[in-house]
Structures are given as C-alpha cells and as structure tokens.
Design a protein around this ligand. Structure first.
Ligand code: MN
Length: 242
C-alpha cells in the first residue's frame, strides 16, 4: 500500500491492537501493583508539583479543584465501588481489560482515578524534550512530528463532550493517537483505541473552563508547553519491552 494512503487509513479513530492486561504488569502503567506484578493497594497519588507550577498554561485554581476535588472524588468513589466485592484486591489493568462486564461505577471512577494519575505525571513545569528514539518512532508512525502534533490536537479538539486524548503504543509497537469518551482509557476492553498509554490529555471542561472557557483549542496548544517528555520517554521505553 502506498505510504500516504496507509497513513490516512490508520489515522484518527483507528483501532489499535489490544495489549493483554498481564503484559501491562508494570507499575508505570498499573500503579496498583509492585515490581513483581503483585497488587499493592490503592493510593491517592501526590501531585508531583505545586498547584501554581504550570502557570500560565494551567492556572492554580483549576489545578487545585481538578486534583483535590475531581480526582479525589473519582478515587473515593472507586474505593466505594469495589468495597466488599471480589475486586478489592484486583489490579486496575485487570479490571480495565474486562470492564464491559463490570458495574459502571468501576468503569467511570476507576478510569477517573487512573487517567488523572497518568495525566499529572505527564506534565511538568520543567523544560523537557522527547528522546531521539521517541522522535524517530513518532516520525515513522505519523510521517512527521508536525503531523503527530496535528493528529493529537485534532483528536483532543474533536472529542465531543467529555473525554481524553491519547498517544498509545499497540502490540506491534506502532504509535497511534485517538480519544476516548468520559473516563474510558485505552486499557479498557470497551475502548475503540486500545494500547499502552504514553501520553494523556484531559479534555473535560473542568480541566480548562476557568481559564479558557469555551476555547478548548487554546488549552490544547498550551498543553504542549507543559508536557513532561521525560515521563513519556520512560513510558515509551517501557512499552517497547512489553
Ligand atoms: Mn479531569
């Protein structure tokens, strides 16, 4: 198949191949387990920087409300949803891989708990750069860095209503961008976009409305200034070994 045609075929909305949950048994992608893949319990994560650290791109009040109310709310509701069930000691990635068969409270709140933990970590006030290896993989997958940026922005900008934009690696080590609705994520069996999450962007209005109001594209462009490429590089390297 001609390259350009192929790229457009695998573009936005493509179904990346699912990665079995047991292969994700690494704390970088499932922070409810330890290095041996054993369940270690759930913990509300610390924010890796101060509330105002990402100013002016993400404002202090949004960070405070988003982390301390929204994220904590998902976490608490998740604990309530699994309390007294067989899922109390099940790693997140295992539940996500069969989430279609589980109550909506686990899908929505487990997703909210997981996605935000990933999201805080893939942002930083420090200036970081994608590694040469990641850049090359992105160019190979998308054609160019600019095309990747465009596709990611498009995925984030066109997600109707609430959801997330993602960069993921599929089982063939190919990179994709796409989006998921609500608090779904690429580890969930219900998701159209499946794979290992390397980069997450929250596009719920609560993530940007105080500063950007209805201007979601401005928030998406601002996000590029605070991406923690050190973390994305790490996830990329780890995903290559899965
Ligand atoms: Mn959020």
């Amino acid at each position: 198949m001609e390259r350009r045609k192929f790229l457009s075929t695998v573009g936005l909305g493509a179904v990346a191949m699912a990665i079995p949950a047991e292969l994700l048994a690494t704390p970088i992608f499932d922070f409810s387990i330890d290095e041996n893949g054993e369940f270690k319990g759930h913990e509300f994560p610390e924010l890796p920087y101060a509330y105002d650290a990402l100013e002016p791109y993400i404002d202090k009040m949004t960070m405070e409300i988003h982390y301390d109310r929204h994220h904590r709310g998902y976490y608490n509701k998740y604990l309530a949803a699994i309390e007294g069930t067989d899922h109390e000691s099940t790693p997140l990635s295992q539940l996500f891989s069969k989430v279609s068969k589980l109550p909506a409270g686990i899908r929505n709140n487990g997703g909210g708990y997981y996605n935000h933990t990933l999201f805080w970590k893939n942002m930083s006030p420090d200036k970081t750069e994608p590694s040469a290896k990641l850049k090359k993989a992105i160019e190979d997958s998308f054609g160019s860095w600019e095309k990747f940026r465009e596709d990611f922005n498009n995925a984030a900008g066109t997600r109707f209503g609430s959801g997330w934009a993602w960069l993921v690696m599929d089982a063939n080590k190919k990179l994709f961008v796409g989006s998921t609705p609500n608090q779904d994520n690429p580890l969930m069996d219900v998701s159209e976009l499946r794979g290992t999450p390397l980069l997450a962007l929250d596009v719920w209005e609560h993530a940007y409305y105080l500063k950007y109001q209805n201007k979601r594209p401005d928030y998406i462009s601002a996000f590029w200034n605070v991406i923690n490429w050190d973390e994305v590089n790490l996830r990329f390297e780890k995903a290559l070994t899965l």
